[in-house]
Design a protein around this ligand. Structure first.
Ligand code: SF4
Length: 387
């Protein structure tokens, strides 16, 4: 047995096991584990420092999961956008392909709580059906392998999938979403890296939520993937009591860059049943972006997005105060120090000028937003260098 499989097999999966390690009352979580499976790898277990800390909250089942009765199992409506089993075609030129429902750990806030860890996922012939769909749909240039966690598949199966995808001429990119490097770093083997190298361009978006997850071993696993030519991004979910704090988030993005992982998305938590106790306000996310933007390296700042309920897709959210006003003369901007600046528009071509359009038609770019006057006077003269 490969070492990573042996380590995975040592994970905590029952309330009794967990009680032996963390001293909890197993009866408190029996019902939760009955509905939503638990798995905690030895690597993750070792990073829990105390009851209720950021790592504990992410992986230890909580009775609050069972109290969330009104929420939906699939608020993003992935199942409705699935033309063939396990494939979600929401955006025009890219698809999501769920190749397994097994994960190294079962995150308590998972959007796919309805699927992960349950028996009987990929049935015979379903992968071929998905590949056939991709062959027919020439508009698809980007496939995201997800799950579950694709890197839990054995090497030969992963290679079979890569090989099949690379027979599709119009498919340009393969992306993988994975929590494996952060929770089962032993899985990132030289052999896996050799396989991946043969099917580039392969990108990976790794899931990290807290700086304590970036141990030396985890950073080494990320380094192996980076050395294999895989561009690495991080996806982070904004979680109450885990990372809803600008200082924690700043430490996280710095640790990610040290691990050669570019912070990519910060997600507002979804409305998934069993996870609503993790939700924060939208303002919390905007405050985090404000605390990062301009205060640290630009490449450390992720896109803050809400995956719109009802299948609307990812919508970027920026604090509204950066662009204070925009019209045909220019933009009034506020920087991270609260100073305001004016950026002039290029001169409009005569055919597009307000005069050329006739009276009353010349203000199509004006936005009914922000009280620029108010903001400007609030700053006094300070910083308003160019107006
Ligand atoms: S690893 Fe990803 S898919 Fe698996 S439980 Fe965690 S969030 Fe969900």
């Amino acid at each position: 047995m490969e070492e990573w499989r042996r380590i995975l097999a040592e994970s905590v999966v029952t309330p009794k096991d967990l009680a032996a390690h963390l001293g909890i009352n197993p009866r408190e979580i029996e019902a939760v584990v009955g509905d939503y499976p638990m798995r905690i790898t030895p690597t993750v277990l070792a990073t829990i420092k105390e009851r209720g800390d950021a790592i504990w909250k992410q992986v230890v089942p909580d009775p609050a999961e069972m109290e969330d009765v009104d929420a939906e199992d699939d608020p993003l409506e992935e199942d409705l956008m699935s033309p063939v089993p396990h494939l979600v075609h929401r955006y025009p030129d890219r698809v999501l392909l769920m190749v397994t429902n097994q994960c190294p750990i079962y995150c308590r806030f998972c959007t796919r709580k309805r699927l992960v860890g349950k028996p009987g996922f990929l049935k015979k012939g379903e992968l071929e059906q998905a590949i056939a769909y991709l062959k027919e749909h020439t508009e698809v240039r980007d496939v995201i392998l997800s799950g579950g966690d694709p890197l839990l598949l054995p090497d030969h199966l992963l290679e079979r999938i890569f090989k099949a995808l690379r027979t599709i001429p119009h498919l340009e990119l393969i992306r993988i979403g994975s929590r494996v490097p952060g929770s089962l770093p032993q899985r990132i083997t030289p052999k896996l890296c050799e396989i991946v190298k043969q099917y580039h361009p392969i990108y990976m978006n790794l899931h990290f939520n807290h700086p304590d997850e970036l141990t030396l071993e985890v950073k080494a696993a990320c380094g192996m993937l980076a050395d294999a030519g895989v561009p690495l991004g991080a996806q982070t979910v904004l979680l109450k009591g885990v990372n809803d704090d600008p200082e924690v988030m700043k430490r996280l993005v710095h640790q990610l860059l040290l691990a050669r992982v570019k912070p990519y998305y910060l997600y507002q938590a979804d409305l998934t049943k069993g996870t609503n106790h993790f939700r924060t306000t939208v303002e919390t996310g905007m405050d985090i972006i404000r605390a990062l933007q301009g205060h640290t390296s630009g490449m450390a700042v992720p896109h803050f997005v809400i995956d719109a309920p009802g299948g609307g897709g990812k919508i970027p959210i920026l604090p509204p105060d950066y662009l204070m006003h925009l019209d045909e003369d220019g933009a009034v901007l506020k920087n991270y120090e609260n100073k305001t600046f004016h950026y002039p528009q290029p001169s409009l071509a005569p055919s597009l000028s307000p005069v050329g359009r006739g009276e009353g038609e010349g203000h199509s770019r004006e936005l009914p937003m922000v009280a620029a006057q108010h903001s400007l006077s609030a700053c006094g003269n300070g910083g308003l260098d160019d107006l």
